[in-house]
Ligand binder design. Sequence first.
Ligand code: CMP
Length: 139
Amino acid sequence: YMSRTFSIIKPDATRRNLTGAINAVIEAAGLRIVAQRRIKLTQAQAETFYGVHSERSFFGELVAQMTSEPVVVQVLEADNAVPKYREVMGATNPENAAEGTIRKLFALNVGENSVHGSDSDENAALEIAQFFAEEEIVG
Ligand code: CMP
């Protein structure tokens, strides 16, 4: 079934001018970029987005990292978009990421891992709604 996932190209990647290179991997894998915007996350936006991790030891570092430079927020569409994009991203820690994945190709470490992708259809819908109005998503 056609579905959507939410993606963030993170500051470590935008800083190194990798937006286009990452989008090329996304598109080559058959995911369609149906909405996209470059923004600077506020502290509040980052804390809300990563609220599920608020008790983790790395939360402060994560929010600081995500607000340090611009990000590119995206909606991706494909058959089974959530698992497909997780496969294209590779493991959270780039040391464990498979060859050819975005994190293997570009990530620096587990905190600066170049991209975020939703982990379920339910979270994808919530994450998309935090950043995009339905009329901004053009499939
Ligand atoms: P992401 O998919 O954006 O979701 C939560 C993020 O927390 C994750 O990617 C990592 O970038 C980050 N993260 C996970 N574990 C650690 C860690 N041990 N130290 C710093 N950041 C982490």
